[in-house]
Design a protein around this ligand. Structure first.
Ligand SMILES: Cc1ncc(COP(=O)(O)O)c(C=O)c1O
Length: 385
């Protein structure tokens, strides 16, 4: 089927929520993708930080094949081992409490929002400007972006939005606050690293009133910044974190991970999901988590991030480079269009990138990217200048 035929199908039958590029991908391997005509692409988006282990990682593929041939689904009315082993590994790798598994990032944040409210009934949830926490109603209500929220009003009540300013955040938190929800590095709005001062102020404010501090590590976790979890490079330990995207090694999963204080807030019947923590996806996630926990890989991510950032700074059409590890973005010089550059990178240079706004391009390559692939991406980018 040609791209034109796919577009005709889409026009006739798909609810038009996506503005797709005219490329059909049919195969992936490591940092490479191939389209239906056999052209090879260099992938510096990794399915929006999903393929941290690379496309079709052989260990993920083997595990999925084996588990799929044994047991696909049983429901959470019964025991299956992979989901509980995954919960143990997630807790041990981070906050040491307990885990609720679900199917996506938005669902992980829904679980976090419900958990905060369950711990302090009726309490407010504080979020910051330029946050993105997902598209379901609770997560959307925590995502203070006019264009995303306005068409769907009324939203869930009880969310308070503050600027990314330590004093403003401190002032917004009081006895009425159930919790503060933050991405330590904001992804969808252009890779904005929240300052240590802001994160410390959030920690202190939550401690002052007994509110919960929750980090959304859906995009910045799973090794993306050079430590398994982004909070591990900050002075702050949250009370809970959410994960998704790269956790499944390419398959859909989400997780809410708590520290000890919030571990027993939910009781049987408070929350649940039919597919959550099913054996196939949980087996894949166990492999992805093990790969992304590897210390030599994480050190490499930090070095490769510096190499990519240094190369991006040398590009004549770039004004600012920001981010941490392999979670980077550039602002283009005034007047240049990021969506146009991303389109040309894809169609002219076969380099997969993403524009997060009119002047910002983000870079999220698989963590298994090589030095040569980084240099190759920089060469392809300079050809667009
Ligand atoms: C930080 C963050 N939180 C939540 C989400 C929502 O995740 P999902 O698309 O899996 O629902 C995203 C997705 O981009 C994200 O980047």
């Amino acid at each position: 089927m040609s791209v034109a035929e796919l577009q005709a199908l889409e026009r006739a039958h798909a609810i038009p929520t996506y503005a797709r590029f005219p490329v059909e991908f049919v195969r992936g391997d490591g940092c490479r993708l191939w389209d239906a005509d056999g052209h090879e692409y260099l992938d510096f988006l990794a399915g929006i930080s999903v393929l941290n282990v690379g496309h079709c990682h052989p260990r993920v593929v083997t595990t999925v094949r084996e588990q799929a041939g044994t047991l696909l689904h049983a429901t959470n009315l019964y025991y299956t081992a992979p989901g509980l082993r995954l919960s143990a590994r997630l807790a041990e790798s981070s906050l040491g409490g307990k885990v609720f598994l679900c199917n996506s990032g938005a669902e992980a944040n829904e679980a976090a929002i419900k958990l905060m409210r369950r711990a302090r009934p009726g309490g407010e949830i504080v979020v910051v400007h330029e946050a993105f926490h997902g598209r379901t109603y609770g997560a959307l209500s925590a995502t203070p972006q006019e264009s995303k929220q306005a068409p769907f009003a009324p939203l869930v009540p009880g969310f308070v939005v503050v600027p990314k300013d330590p004093e403003a955040l401190d002032r917004a938190v009081g006895p009425q606050t159930a919790g503060v929800l933050l991405e330590p590095i904001q992804g969808e709005t252009g890779i904005n690293v929240l300052s240590d001062e802001l994160l410390s102020a959030a920690r202190a404010a939550c401690d002052r009133v007994g509110a919960a501090l929750v980090f959304d590590e859906i995009q910045c976790g799973m090794g993306r910044t050079g430590t398994l979890w982004a909070y591990q490079q900050t002075p702050v330990v949250p009370d809970a974190l959410t994960s998704a995207k790269a956790l499944g090694g390419g398959l859909p999963i989400g997780a809410l991970v708590t520290g000890e204080r919030l571990a027993d807030v939910f009781q049987p019947g408070d929350h649940g999901s039919t597919f959550a923590g099913g054996p196939v996806i949980a087996s894949a996630a166990l492999v992805a988590l093990e790969i992304c926990s590897d210390q030599p890989l994480l050190e490499r991510v930090r070095g490769l991030g510096e190499r990519l950032a240094a190369g991006l700074e040398r590009l004549p059409f770039v004004s600012v480079v920001r981010g941490r590890g392999l979670m980077l973005a550039v602002d283009l010089l005034e007047g240049l269009s990021a969506p146009d550059l991303a389109r040309r990178a894809l169609l002219e240079q076969r380099l997969v990138l993403n524009a997060t706004g009119p002047g910002t391009i983000r870079f999220l390559p698989p963590l298994v990217v090589s030095e040569q692939e980084i240099d190759d991406a920089l060469v392809r980018l300079s050809a667009l200048g």
